[in-house]
Design a protein around this ligand. Structure first.
Ligand code: FAD
Ligand code: NDP
Length: 349
Protein backbone atom coordinates (compact mmCIF):
# COMPACT_ATOMS: atom_id res chain seq x y z
CA UNK A 1 0.00 0.00 0.00
CA UNK A 2 1.26 3.47 -0.93
CA UNK A 3 1.89 5.79 1.96
CA UNK A 4 0.92 9.45 1.84
CA UNK A 5 3.92 11.64 1.34
CA UNK A 6 5.31 12.93 4.61
CA UNK A 7 4.61 16.59 5.46
CA UNK A 8 8.23 17.39 4.74
CA UNK A 9 7.94 15.87 1.27
CA UNK A 10 4.71 17.78 0.70
CA UNK A 11 6.50 20.95 1.75
CA UNK A 12 9.36 20.40 -0.62
CA UNK A 13 6.94 19.48 -3.41
CA UNK A 14 5.05 22.72 -2.88
CA UNK A 15 8.34 24.63 -2.68
CA UNK A 16 9.39 23.05 -5.95
CA UNK A 17 6.02 23.99 -7.44
CA UNK A 18 6.44 27.54 -6.20
CA UNK A 19 9.93 27.69 -7.71
CA UNK A 20 8.58 26.55 -11.06
CA UNK A 21 5.74 29.06 -10.89
CA UNK A 22 6.35 32.12 -13.09
CA UNK A 23 7.46 35.04 -10.95
CA UNK A 24 8.41 38.26 -12.71
CA UNK A 25 9.61 41.59 -11.49
CA UNK A 26 7.17 43.39 -13.75
CA UNK A 27 4.36 42.24 -16.01
CA UNK A 28 2.80 44.49 -18.66
CA UNK A 29 -0.77 43.73 -19.77
CA UNK A 30 -1.55 45.11 -23.23
CA UNK A 31 0.29 45.63 -26.49
CA UNK A 32 -0.60 49.03 -27.92
CA UNK A 33 1.77 52.03 -28.01
CA UNK A 34 1.48 52.40 -24.21
CA UNK A 35 2.40 48.79 -23.38
CA UNK A 36 5.30 48.59 -25.82
CA UNK A 37 6.74 51.94 -24.78
CA UNK A 38 6.61 50.84 -21.13
CA UNK A 39 8.35 47.62 -22.22
CA UNK A 40 11.14 49.47 -24.06
CA UNK A 41 11.92 51.57 -20.99
CA UNK A 42 11.66 48.69 -18.51
CA UNK A 43 13.77 46.39 -20.66
CA UNK A 44 16.48 49.03 -21.05
CA UNK A 45 16.43 49.39 -17.25
CA UNK A 46 17.18 45.64 -16.95
CA UNK A 47 13.80 44.90 -15.38
CA UNK A 48 13.23 41.89 -17.69
CA UNK A 49 9.61 42.83 -18.41
CA UNK A 50 7.12 40.23 -19.56
CA UNK A 51 4.41 41.63 -21.82
CA UNK A 52 1.12 39.79 -22.34
CA UNK A 53 0.04 41.09 -25.74
CA UNK A 54 -3.37 39.43 -25.78
CA UNK A 55 -4.93 36.99 -28.22
CA UNK A 56 -7.79 38.98 -29.80
CA UNK A 57 -8.24 40.61 -26.39
CA UNK A 58 -11.06 43.17 -26.41
CA UNK A 59 -11.80 42.05 -29.98
CA UNK A 60 -8.57 43.56 -31.34
CA UNK A 61 -5.43 41.87 -32.61
CA UNK A 62 -2.23 42.11 -30.58
CA UNK A 63 -0.84 45.58 -31.24
CA UNK A 64 -4.08 47.29 -30.32
CA UNK A 65 -6.23 49.89 -32.00
CA UNK A 66 -3.63 50.97 -34.56
CA UNK A 67 -3.78 47.53 -36.15
CA UNK A 68 -7.29 48.48 -37.30
CA UNK A 69 -6.24 51.58 -39.22
CA UNK A 70 -4.35 52.37 -42.41
CA UNK A 71 -2.10 55.42 -42.43
CA UNK A 72 -0.88 57.06 -39.23
CA UNK A 73 0.23 60.57 -40.18
CA UNK A 74 0.63 62.20 -36.79
CA UNK A 75 3.08 59.93 -34.96
CA UNK A 76 6.34 61.91 -34.79
CA UNK A 77 9.27 60.52 -36.71
CA UNK A 78 7.37 59.32 -39.76
CA UNK A 79 7.20 62.32 -42.12
CA UNK A 80 5.70 60.23 -44.90
CA UNK A 81 3.22 58.45 -42.61
CA UNK A 82 3.34 54.79 -41.61
CA UNK A 83 0.68 52.11 -41.63
CA UNK A 84 -0.81 51.34 -38.20
CA UNK A 85 0.10 47.62 -38.25
CA UNK A 86 3.66 48.44 -39.39
CA UNK A 87 4.12 50.98 -36.61
CA UNK A 88 2.99 48.41 -34.04
CA UNK A 89 5.32 45.75 -35.51
CA UNK A 90 8.24 48.20 -35.20
CA UNK A 91 7.32 48.99 -31.59
CA UNK A 92 7.20 45.27 -30.83
CA UNK A 93 10.60 44.72 -32.48
CA UNK A 94 12.02 47.57 -30.40
CA UNK A 95 10.71 46.20 -27.11
CA UNK A 96 11.90 42.63 -27.82
CA UNK A 97 15.30 43.87 -29.02
CA UNK A 98 16.00 45.13 -25.52
CA UNK A 99 14.87 41.89 -23.88
CA UNK A 100 11.12 42.10 -23.35
CA UNK A 101 9.44 38.69 -23.35
CA UNK A 102 6.23 38.97 -25.36
CA UNK A 103 3.57 36.32 -24.73
CA UNK A 104 0.59 36.02 -27.07
CA UNK A 105 -2.00 35.33 -24.42
CA UNK A 106 -4.77 37.30 -22.75
CA UNK A 107 -4.83 37.96 -19.03
CA UNK A 108 -8.35 37.20 -17.86
CA UNK A 109 -8.11 37.38 -14.07
CA UNK A 110 -6.01 39.31 -11.57
CA UNK A 111 -5.66 39.48 -7.81
CA UNK A 112 -4.10 42.72 -6.59
CA UNK A 113 -5.09 42.18 -2.95
CA UNK A 114 -1.79 40.52 -2.02
CA UNK A 115 1.88 40.78 -3.00
CA UNK A 116 3.31 39.47 -5.14
CA UNK A 117 0.35 40.28 -7.39
CA UNK A 118 -1.32 37.36 -9.14
CA UNK A 119 -2.42 37.17 -12.77
CA UNK A 120 -3.99 34.36 -14.77
CA UNK A 121 -4.01 33.58 -18.49
CA UNK A 122 -7.26 32.99 -20.32
CA UNK A 123 -7.99 29.25 -20.27
CA UNK A 124 -5.91 28.74 -17.12
CA UNK A 125 -7.72 31.03 -14.76
CA UNK A 126 -9.70 28.61 -12.62
CA UNK A 127 -6.70 27.07 -10.85
CA UNK A 128 -5.27 29.38 -8.21
CA UNK A 129 -1.92 27.56 -8.50
CA UNK A 130 -1.57 28.54 -12.14
CA UNK A 131 -1.17 32.17 -11.22
CA UNK A 132 1.68 34.22 -12.67
CA UNK A 133 3.34 36.21 -9.89
CA UNK A 134 4.46 39.80 -10.39
CA UNK A 135 6.10 42.33 -8.08
CA UNK A 136 4.71 45.20 -10.18
CA UNK A 137 2.11 45.39 -12.94
CA UNK A 138 1.69 47.91 -15.75
CA UNK A 139 -1.81 47.98 -17.21
CA UNK A 140 -2.02 49.11 -20.85
CA UNK A 141 -5.17 47.36 -22.05
CA UNK A 142 -6.51 50.33 -23.99
CA UNK A 143 -10.06 51.24 -24.84
CA UNK A 144 -12.49 50.30 -27.55
CA UNK A 145 -14.42 52.87 -29.55
CA UNK A 146 -18.08 51.94 -29.52
CA UNK A 147 -19.52 51.02 -32.91
CA UNK A 148 -23.10 50.62 -34.04
CA UNK A 149 -22.70 47.61 -36.35
CA UNK A 150 -25.08 49.09 -38.93
CA UNK A 151 -25.51 47.49 -42.33
CA UNK A 152 -22.48 48.23 -44.52
CA UNK A 153 -20.23 49.04 -41.54
CA UNK A 154 -17.84 46.15 -42.15
CA UNK A 155 -17.67 46.94 -45.87
CA UNK A 156 -16.90 50.66 -45.41
CA UNK A 157 -14.87 50.54 -42.18
CA UNK A 158 -11.83 52.69 -42.96
CA UNK A 159 -13.34 53.32 -46.41
CA UNK A 160 -15.60 56.09 -45.16
CA UNK A 161 -16.50 54.88 -41.68
CA UNK A 162 -14.25 55.65 -38.72
CA UNK A 163 -14.34 56.22 -34.98
CA UNK A 164 -11.55 58.80 -34.84
CA UNK A 165 -11.86 62.18 -36.58
CA UNK A 166 -8.45 63.40 -35.46
CA UNK A 167 -6.88 60.25 -36.93
CA UNK A 168 -8.78 59.93 -40.19
CA UNK A 169 -10.48 63.28 -40.87
CA UNK A 170 -7.69 64.66 -43.05
CA UNK A 171 -7.82 61.73 -45.48
CA UNK A 172 -8.32 62.78 -49.12
CA UNK A 173 -11.61 60.83 -49.35
CA UNK A 174 -13.25 63.37 -47.02
CA UNK A 175 -11.89 66.58 -48.61
CA UNK A 176 -14.73 68.93 -49.61
CA UNK A 177 -17.26 66.14 -49.16
CA UNK A 178 -20.32 65.90 -46.88
CA UNK A 179 -19.65 63.91 -43.70
CA UNK A 180 -21.86 62.60 -40.91
CA UNK A 181 -20.99 62.45 -37.20
CA UNK A 182 -23.11 60.31 -34.86
CA UNK A 183 -23.48 61.32 -31.21
CA UNK A 184 -24.51 64.21 -29.03
CA UNK A 185 -21.74 64.42 -26.45
CA UNK A 186 -18.53 66.43 -26.21
CA UNK A 187 -16.74 64.03 -28.55
CA UNK A 188 -19.35 64.54 -31.24
CA UNK A 189 -19.19 68.33 -30.85
CA UNK A 190 -15.42 68.31 -30.94
CA UNK A 191 -15.16 65.91 -33.87
CA UNK A 192 -17.84 67.71 -35.90
CA UNK A 193 -16.11 71.05 -35.38
CA UNK A 194 -12.74 69.50 -36.25
CA UNK A 195 -14.11 67.91 -39.43
CA UNK A 196 -15.34 71.27 -40.77
CA UNK A 197 -11.67 71.91 -41.68
CA UNK A 198 -11.92 69.31 -44.41
CA UNK A 199 -15.56 68.59 -45.18
CA UNK A 200 -17.92 70.64 -47.33
CA UNK A 201 -20.64 70.02 -44.73
CA UNK A 202 -20.96 68.11 -41.48
CA UNK A 203 -24.27 66.57 -40.39
CA UNK A 204 -24.54 65.56 -36.75
CA UNK A 205 -27.06 62.81 -35.99
CA UNK A 206 -28.42 63.08 -32.46
CA UNK A 207 -30.70 60.26 -31.36
CA UNK A 208 -32.76 62.48 -29.03
CA UNK A 209 -33.94 66.08 -29.19
CA UNK A 210 -31.12 67.28 -26.97
CA UNK A 211 -27.38 67.18 -26.69
CA UNK A 212 -25.41 65.67 -23.86
CA UNK A 213 -22.42 67.91 -24.65
CA UNK A 214 -21.30 70.69 -22.30
CA UNK A 215 -22.74 74.10 -23.13
CA UNK A 216 -19.55 75.64 -24.44
CA UNK A 217 -18.85 72.73 -26.80
CA UNK A 218 -22.47 72.53 -27.91
CA UNK A 219 -22.67 76.28 -28.59
CA UNK A 220 -19.51 76.17 -30.68
CA UNK A 221 -20.91 73.34 -32.77
CA UNK A 222 -24.40 74.78 -33.16
CA UNK A 223 -23.02 78.16 -34.27
CA UNK A 224 -20.80 76.70 -36.97
CA UNK A 225 -22.06 77.55 -40.47
CA UNK A 226 -20.89 74.21 -41.94
CA UNK A 227 -22.61 72.06 -39.28
CA UNK A 228 -26.24 70.96 -39.38
CA UNK A 229 -27.64 68.99 -36.44
CA UNK A 230 -30.31 66.45 -37.38
CA UNK A 231 -32.35 65.76 -34.23
CA UNK A 232 -33.91 62.38 -33.42
CA UNK A 233 -31.90 60.63 -36.10
CA UNK A 234 -29.82 57.44 -36.17
CA UNK A 235 -27.83 55.83 -38.99
CA UNK A 236 -29.24 52.66 -40.50
CA UNK A 237 -27.16 51.66 -43.54
CA UNK A 238 -24.02 52.85 -45.31
CA UNK A 239 -23.99 52.44 -49.09
CA UNK A 240 -21.47 53.00 -51.86
CA UNK A 241 -19.14 51.10 -54.14
CA UNK A 242 -15.47 50.91 -53.13
CA UNK A 243 -15.99 53.89 -50.82
CA UNK A 244 -19.00 55.02 -48.87
CA UNK A 245 -21.27 57.41 -50.79
CA UNK A 246 -24.63 57.47 -48.97
CA UNK A 247 -26.13 56.95 -45.56
CA UNK A 248 -29.69 55.83 -44.85
CA UNK A 249 -30.92 57.44 -41.65
CA UNK A 250 -34.04 56.95 -39.56
CA UNK A 251 -36.12 59.35 -37.51
CA UNK A 252 -36.35 57.84 -34.02
CA UNK A 253 -39.82 59.35 -33.49
CA UNK A 254 -41.60 58.90 -36.85
CA UNK A 255 -39.44 55.93 -38.04
CA UNK A 256 -39.28 57.63 -41.44
CA UNK A 257 -36.17 56.76 -43.45
CA UNK A 258 -34.27 59.11 -45.76
CA UNK A 259 -30.95 58.94 -47.60
CA UNK A 260 -28.15 61.48 -47.17
CA UNK A 261 -25.34 61.94 -49.64
CA UNK A 262 -22.34 61.43 -47.37
CA UNK A 263 -18.78 60.21 -47.97
CA UNK A 264 -17.94 59.78 -44.31
CA UNK A 265 -19.49 58.49 -41.11
CA UNK A 266 -17.71 59.12 -37.82
CA UNK A 267 -18.88 57.44 -34.63
CA UNK A 268 -18.57 59.61 -31.55
CA UNK A 269 -20.78 57.61 -29.22
CA UNK A 270 -18.24 56.97 -26.53
CA UNK A 271 -15.43 54.56 -25.75
CA UNK A 272 -15.34 51.56 -23.46
CA UNK A 273 -12.09 51.21 -21.53
CA UNK A 274 -10.89 47.59 -21.33
CA UNK A 275 -11.10 47.30 -17.57
CA UNK A 276 -13.64 44.52 -16.93
CA UNK A 277 -11.04 42.28 -15.25
CA UNK A 278 -9.97 45.06 -12.85
CA UNK A 279 -13.45 45.92 -11.57
CA UNK A 280 -13.62 45.85 -7.79
CA UNK A 281 -9.81 45.79 -7.49
CA UNK A 282 -8.81 49.19 -8.81
CA UNK A 283 -10.56 52.54 -8.61
CA UNK A 284 -12.36 53.49 -11.83
CA UNK A 285 -14.47 56.48 -12.83
CA UNK A 286 -18.18 56.18 -13.62
CA UNK A 287 -17.47 55.01 -17.20
CA UNK A 288 -14.84 52.45 -16.13
CA UNK A 289 -11.56 54.30 -16.89
CA UNK A 290 -8.80 53.51 -14.39
CA UNK A 291 -8.14 56.43 -12.08
CA UNK A 292 -4.49 57.49 -11.86
CA UNK A 293 -3.22 59.59 -8.99
CA UNK A 294 -1.84 63.09 -8.82
CA UNK A 295 1.41 62.81 -6.85
CA UNK A 296 3.49 65.74 -5.67
CA UNK A 297 1.23 68.01 -7.70
CA UNK A 298 1.84 66.19 -10.98
CA UNK A 299 0.06 63.53 -13.04
CA UNK A 300 1.35 60.00 -12.44
CA UNK A 301 0.50 56.46 -13.49
CA UNK A 302 -0.08 55.20 -9.93
CA UNK A 303 -3.47 53.50 -9.56
CA UNK A 304 -5.37 52.97 -6.31
CA UNK A 305 -3.13 49.94 -5.57
CA UNK A 306 0.56 50.72 -5.03
CA UNK A 307 2.69 48.72 -7.42
CA UNK A 308 0.00 48.66 -10.13
CA UNK A 309 0.43 51.34 -12.79
CA UNK A 310 -1.83 52.33 -15.68
CA UNK A 311 -1.02 54.02 -18.99
CA UNK A 312 -2.58 54.76 -22.35
CA UNK A 313 -6.25 54.88 -23.29
CA UNK A 314 -7.30 52.67 -20.38
CA UNK A 315 -6.82 55.71 -18.11
CA UNK A 316 -7.25 58.55 -20.64
CA UNK A 317 -10.61 59.71 -21.89
CA UNK A 318 -9.37 63.08 -23.08
CA UNK A 319 -6.48 62.69 -25.52
CA UNK A 320 -6.67 59.08 -26.77
CA UNK A 321 -3.79 59.32 -29.26
CA UNK A 322 -0.95 56.95 -30.01
CA UNK A 323 1.67 59.49 -28.98
CA UNK A 324 -0.03 60.31 -25.67
CA UNK A 325 -0.43 56.58 -24.99
CA UNK A 326 3.28 56.07 -25.70
CA UNK A 327 4.16 59.05 -23.48
CA UNK A 328 2.21 57.67 -20.56
CA UNK A 329 3.76 54.23 -21.18
CA UNK A 330 7.14 55.85 -20.57
CA UNK A 331 5.76 57.43 -17.37
CA UNK A 332 4.45 54.06 -16.16
CA UNK A 333 7.82 52.41 -16.75
CA UNK A 334 9.66 55.12 -14.82
CA UNK A 335 7.09 55.03 -12.00
CA UNK A 336 7.28 51.21 -11.81
CA UNK A 337 11.09 51.15 -11.91
CA UNK A 338 11.42 53.77 -9.15
CA UNK A 339 8.75 52.08 -7.04
CA UNK A 340 10.45 48.66 -7.37
CA UNK A 341 13.82 50.17 -6.46
CA UNK A 342 12.29 51.80 -3.37
CA UNK A 343 10.77 48.44 -2.36
CA UNK A 344 14.10 46.68 -2.76
CA UNK A 345 15.91 49.41 -0.85
CA UNK A 346 13.35 49.22 1.99
CA UNK A 347 13.61 45.40 2.11
CA UNK A 348 17.39 45.57 2.33
CA UNK A 349 17.41 47.99 5.26
P1 FAD B 1 -4.59 50.01 -27.46
O1 FAD B 1 -4.02 50.46 -28.74
O2 FAD B 1 -6.06 50.01 -27.29
O3 FAD B 1 -3.99 48.55 -27.20
C1 FAD B 1 -4.30 47.78 -26.10
C2 FAD B 1 -4.21 46.35 -26.54
O4 FAD B 1 -3.84 45.53 -25.43
C3 FAD B 1 -5.55 45.71 -26.97
O5 FAD B 1 -6.02 46.11 -28.16
C4 FAD B 1 -5.20 44.24 -26.87
O6 FAD B 1 -4.49 43.81 -28.00
C5 FAD B 1 -4.32 44.23 -25.63
N1 FAD B 1 -5.11 43.81 -24.46
C6 FAD B 1 -6.29 44.33 -24.00
N2 FAD B 1 -6.71 43.65 -22.93
C7 FAD B 1 -5.78 42.69 -22.70
C8 FAD B 1 -5.68 41.64 -21.74
N3 FAD B 1 -6.61 41.45 -20.80
N4 FAD B 1 -4.61 40.81 -21.80
C9 FAD B 1 -3.65 40.98 -22.76
N5 FAD B 1 -3.72 41.95 -23.69
C10 FAD B 1 -4.77 42.78 -23.67
N6 FAD B 1 -4.03 57.69 -32.76
C11 FAD B 1 -3.11 58.48 -33.34
O7 FAD B 1 -2.30 59.09 -32.66
N7 FAD B 1 -3.03 58.60 -34.71
C12 FAD B 1 -3.85 57.93 -35.56
O8 FAD B 1 -3.78 58.08 -36.76
C13 FAD B 1 -4.84 57.06 -34.97
N8 FAD B 1 -5.69 56.37 -35.75
C14 FAD B 1 -6.62 55.56 -35.15
C15 FAD B 1 -7.51 54.87 -35.98
C16 FAD B 1 -8.46 54.04 -35.42
C17 FAD B 1 -9.39 53.28 -36.32
C18 FAD B 1 -8.56 53.92 -34.00
C19 FAD B 1 -9.60 53.02 -33.38
C20 FAD B 1 -7.71 54.63 -33.18
C21 FAD B 1 -6.74 55.47 -33.75
N9 FAD B 1 -5.87 56.21 -32.95
C22 FAD B 1 -4.90 56.99 -33.54
C23 FAD B 1 -5.92 56.14 -31.49
C24 FAD B 1 -4.81 55.18 -31.00
O9 FAD B 1 -4.91 54.00 -31.71
C25 FAD B 1 -4.96 54.93 -29.51
O10 FAD B 1 -4.96 56.14 -28.80
C26 FAD B 1 -3.81 54.06 -29.00
O11 FAD B 1 -3.70 52.89 -29.76
C27 FAD B 1 -3.98 53.73 -27.54
O12 FAD B 1 -2.93 52.90 -27.19
P2 FAD B 1 -2.97 51.95 -25.90
O13 FAD B 1 -1.60 51.38 -25.85
O14 FAD B 1 -3.49 52.68 -24.75
O15 FAD B 1 -4.03 50.82 -26.19
P1 NDP C 1 -20.76 60.58 -23.98
O1 NDP C 1 -21.12 59.30 -23.34
O2 NDP C 1 -20.71 61.82 -23.19
O3 NDP C 1 -21.78 60.86 -25.19
C1 NDP C 1 -22.11 59.85 -26.07
C2 NDP C 1 -23.16 60.39 -27.03
O4 NDP C 1 -23.43 59.37 -27.99
C3 NDP C 1 -24.48 60.77 -26.35
O5 NDP C 1 -25.04 61.89 -27.00
C4 NDP C 1 -25.32 59.52 -26.60
O6 NDP C 1 -26.69 59.79 -26.68
C5 NDP C 1 -24.83 59.10 -27.97
N1 NDP C 1 -25.02 57.67 -28.18
C6 NDP C 1 -24.62 56.66 -27.36
N2 NDP C 1 -24.98 55.48 -27.89
C7 NDP C 1 -25.62 55.77 -29.05
C8 NDP C 1 -26.23 54.97 -30.03
N3 NDP C 1 -26.27 53.63 -29.92
N4 NDP C 1 -26.80 55.56 -31.11
C9 NDP C 1 -26.77 56.91 -31.23
N5 NDP C 1 -26.21 57.74 -30.32
C10 NDP C 1 -25.63 57.16 -29.25
O7 NDP C 1 -19.35 60.27 -24.73
P2 NDP C 1 -18.24 61.29 -25.26
O8 NDP C 1 -17.23 60.44 -25.93
O9 NDP C 1 -18.86 62.38 -26.02
O10 NDP C 1 -17.62 61.91 -23.93
C11 NDP C 1 -17.05 61.04 -22.94
C12 NDP C 1 -16.44 61.90 -21.85
O11 NDP C 1 -15.30 62.60 -22.35
C13 NDP C 1 -17.37 62.96 -21.31
O12 NDP C 1 -17.12 63.11 -19.94
C14 NDP C 1 -16.97 64.22 -22.04
O13 NDP C 1 -17.26 65.41 -21.32
C15 NDP C 1 -15.46 64.00 -22.18
N6 NDP C 1 -14.94 64.72 -23.34
C16 NDP C 1 -14.48 66.00 -23.17
C17 NDP C 1 -13.99 66.71 -24.22
C18 NDP C 1 -13.50 68.08 -23.98
O14 NDP C 1 -13.82 68.67 -22.96
N7 NDP C 1 -12.74 68.64 -24.89
C19 NDP C 1 -13.94 66.14 -25.59
C20 NDP C 1 -14.49 64.81 -25.68
C21 NDP C 1 -14.96 64.13 -24.60
P3 NDP C 1 -27.57 60.08 -25.35
O15 NDP C 1 -27.20 61.45 -24.92
O16 NDP C 1 -28.96 59.94 -25.86
O17 NDP C 1 -27.18 59.02 -24.37
Amino acid sequence: MKRDPSPSKQDSASKLFKMSQEHHKVVIIGSGPAGHTAAIYLARANMNPVLYEGFMAAGVAAGGQLTTTTEVENFPGFPNAISGPELMELLKQQSTRFGTTVITETISRVDFSQRPFRLWREGADTEDQQAILADAVVIATGATAKRLNIAGEDVFWQAGISACAVCDGAAPIFRNKPIVVVGGGDSASEEATFLTRYASKVYVLVRRDKLRASKVMADRMLAHPKIEVLWNKIPIEAKGDRLMKELVIEDTVTKERTTLTANGLFYAIGHQPNTAIFQGQLETDEVGYLVTKVRDGAASTYTSVEGVFACGDVQDKTYRQAITAAGSGCMAALDAERWLEAQEFAAGH
